[in-house]
Design a protein around this ligand. Structure first.
Ligand code: SF4
Length: 336
């Protein structure tokens, strides 16, 4: 297996791709085979350093509208289809969105994403978000991202005028497994928004959630779909089952299975930022640093939409120990 991994690594480093069958051989390596897993991790790290980036991509987010979402995503405590104890509120004011961005900037985060719980915003909601972005654009140095559901080309053009350069829109899982998790909109709806982003010249941040009961094949399908869409960033979340949701009783995925999967994703998406997001603390705990050595070069920091995260400073230190440079809020990089 070691020569096989070395051969794939060399091919990727020289601009080649790995096939589905080759990826399957990698993801089927038993996690008990630590020598081979360690070799895979080291190869993924080398690909990250040479083809992706050693500059950590840290982003913080604000949940600008919480709960009462009409969609039925089975992992999500904000869906109105489930009885959960999530805090619900309507759209934050533009000033509240600005204050949240300024707080993130003060913590040394350089990217900021405004997120809203809703499949597609109505016109009033969209205009409020636009005002929030306008304030962030003029009053902070943050690099701005939006995760506000399905987007038309017209809305994407408007977002560009207020400094938004990147759109988050996750595929969540494989095309085959998607309908087991979400029924109120389709996988192809999500792909359409990503294609609109591409046409609008926006950077695309799109990934998914591991540990929703999907198979390894589903995980590979997700990664190959994202490779086809040439995404700049792949957020990798690990399900933190929320009481009351469809997936509240799903069995947890092992930390080493997550780390192996991240390493395989690195072979499939050699240039993308692999960004570890929600569920990382509860599912990976001390293994998070190993995930960074296996290809993770970005983090969502400072908490998630409906669950708390760890201190930003601890995350920055963890990334520095794993060999990454940390950006300051103005986009410059700290010296190591
Ligand atoms: S993931 Fe987004 S679209 Fe789906 S239910 Fe939650 S808030 Fe709504």
């Amino acid at each position: 297996m070691i020569p096989f991994i070395n051969g794939l690594k060399e091919r990727v480093l020289h601009g080649g791709c790995i096939t589905r069958d080759e990826a399957r051989r990698l993801i089927e390596i038993p996690v008990s085979d630590r020598d081979t897993i360690n070799h895979l991790i080291n190869a993924a790290q080398e690909i990250t350093q040479k083809l992706s980036s050693v500059d950590a991509d840290l982003c913080s987010l604000v949940n600008a509208k919480s709960g009462n979402c009409t969609e039925d995503c089975g992992f999500c405590s904000q869906s109105s289809h489930y009885q959960t104890d999530v805090n619900t509120y309507e759209m934050l004011t533009p000033e509240q969105i600005l204050a949240s961005g300024q707080a993130a900037e003060a913590r040394g985060v350089d990217r900021f994403c405004v997120v809203t719980a809703m499949g597609v915003l109505n016109d009033n909601q969209f205009e409020e978000v636009m005002k929030g972005f306008q304030l962030l654009h003029t009053r902070t140095k943050l690099r701005l991202e939006a995760s506000i559901g399905g987007l038309t080309k017209d809305r994407l053009e408007r977002l560009k005028t207020v400094g938004v350069t990147r759109i988050n829109h996750n595929l969540e899982t494989s095309p085959d497994y998607y309908s087991k998790i979400v029924t109120t909109h389709s996988f192809s709806d999500r792909v359409e928004t990503i294609r609109n982003c591409r046409e609008a010249g926006m950077e695309v941040c799109s990934g998914g959630i591991l540990g929703m009961g999907e198979t390894r094949e589903d995980r590979l399908s997700l990664a190959f779909e994202l490779a086809k869409l040439d995404v700049e960033v792949m957020p990798i979340n690990v399900l933190n089952p929320r009481p009351g949701t469809l997936l509240e009783h799903v069995e947890k995925i092992e930390p080493m299975e997550v780390i192996k999967t991240v390493a395989v994703f690195r072979f499939i998406l050699p240039k993308a930022c692999l960004k570890l997001g929600g569920g990382r603390e509860v599912n990976l705990g001390p293994y998070q640093e190993l995930a960074m050595r296996a290809g993770v070069n970005g983090l969502i920091v400072g908490g998630y939409l409906t669950t708390a995260g760890g201190p930003v400073e601890r995350d920055r230190e963890m990334m520095e120990r794993a060999g990454y440079r940390i950006p300051e809020a103005n986009g410059s990089l700290s010296s190591k």
